[in-house]
Design a protein around this ligand. Structure first.
Ligand code: NAP
Length: 293
């Protein structure tokens, strides 16, 4: 990435991710201060030019930009709430993973201490940091995001979601549903095909193609959800439900797990019982939008 910037940054937390964030800021030319509970994890960064602060209080200077990336929000609070840590006038960007309530709570807590606060979520693994593939989501006041966008752009593709501090975490957690759903669906098919001697490597490219094909339906289906109208343009839910029976019956006949297909079917059956059998699949949003299970 072609990025040079002289804004000083502080990185608190030098785990697998924090170390990579700090190294990437350094490489992009930012004077970088670091702090970590286990100081040895800073050795390589110091050799590359980072300043190791002796305490969190020392690491966070007035008007500084501080990125914190530790295990969880409880640790964020412990570290930033420690005696002597002065947050007034600083900007905090919290890239620690958590949920939306924790993010909103952390924003309130930091605001009470006079800090500007942005919450963030890293949708990437450490090796991708510093490349466009590393998508980093931000939420909080837009002017604070814009003020620090040039520095944050060293890390990857920087995205702003809105003023609600909970949004970055909410997108992050919502993305987990996508990840595990795709993986579980693939594992279901793989288990079925293995009974016929088809190995996982043989099925994977077919599964990948299917997943990409299904993903291409999302924008059109999303329009149906937003308009609240679900005409069966391609297939009616009751047709899908019959195919779900095939999936359940085949899984049971093969002696593989049928829990996931039965979950699909239970949700579809409820929507059909509510009178939606003639509508298209995304009408199930009504089932997903209320508590169940
Ligand atoms: N790694 C990834 O692929 C990835 C991807 C996206 C998001 N994230 C998120 O990034 C955050 C950090 O992940 P990571 O992979 O860097 O984890 P990690 O390697 O386990 O590092 C955890 C960091 O938190 C610090 N820490 C934990 N408890 C502490 C405490 N009580 N007091 C002080 N420091 C404490 C650790 O300090 P010590 O070094 O002293 O133990 C270390 O700096 C997590 O929220 C994770 O979900 C990670």
């Amino acid at each position: 990435m072609n990025h040079r910037n002289d804004t000083p940054v502080t990185v608190i937390g030098l785990g697998l991710m924090g170390r990579t964030l700090a190294a990437t800021f350094l490489k992009a030319g930012h004077p970088t201060t670091v702090w970590n509970r286990t100081t040895a994890k800073a050795d390589q960064l110091v050799a590359e030019g980072a300043r190791l602060a002796p305490t969190v209080a020392d690491a966070i200077r007035p008007d500084s930009l501080t990125i914190i990336c530790v295990t969880d929000y409880r640790t964020v609070r412990e570290l930033l709430g420690a005696d002597g840590v002065e947050l007034a006038g600083t900007t905090l960007i919290n890239l620690t993973s958590g949920d939306s309530a924790q993010a909103r709570d952390a924003a309130r807590w930091a605001g009470e201490r006079g800090a500007r606060y942005l919450d963030g979520a890293i949708m990437a693994v450490p090796p991708a940091i510093g490349t466009p593939e590393a998508v980093i989501l931000h939420s909080g006041p837009q002017q604070d995001f814009e003020a620090h966008r040039p520095a944050m752009e060293a890390l990857g593709t920087i995205t702003y979601l809105g003023a609600d501090h909970g949004l970055a975490s909410l997108y992050d957690v919502a993305g987990l549903a996508m990840m595990w759903s795709v993986l579980n669906a693939w594992l279901q098919g793989t288990a079925m095909l293995r009974t016929a001697g088809v190995d996982a490597v043989t099925y994977a490219p077919f599964a990948q193609q299917l997943a990409v094909g299904v993903a291409s339906w999302l924008p059109g289906y999303a329009e149906q959800i937003d308009s609240g109208s679900f005409p069966a343009e391609v297939s009616a839910l009751e047709t899908d439900a019959r195919a779900m029976d095939h999936l359940i019956e085949e899984s049971e006949a093969l002696g593989v797990n049928a829990e996931l297909p039965k979950l699909f079917k239970a949700m579809a059956d409820r929507a059909i019982a509510a009178g939606h059998g003639g509508e298209q699949y995304p009408v199930l949003i009504e089932e997903f939008g209320r508590p169940g299970g």
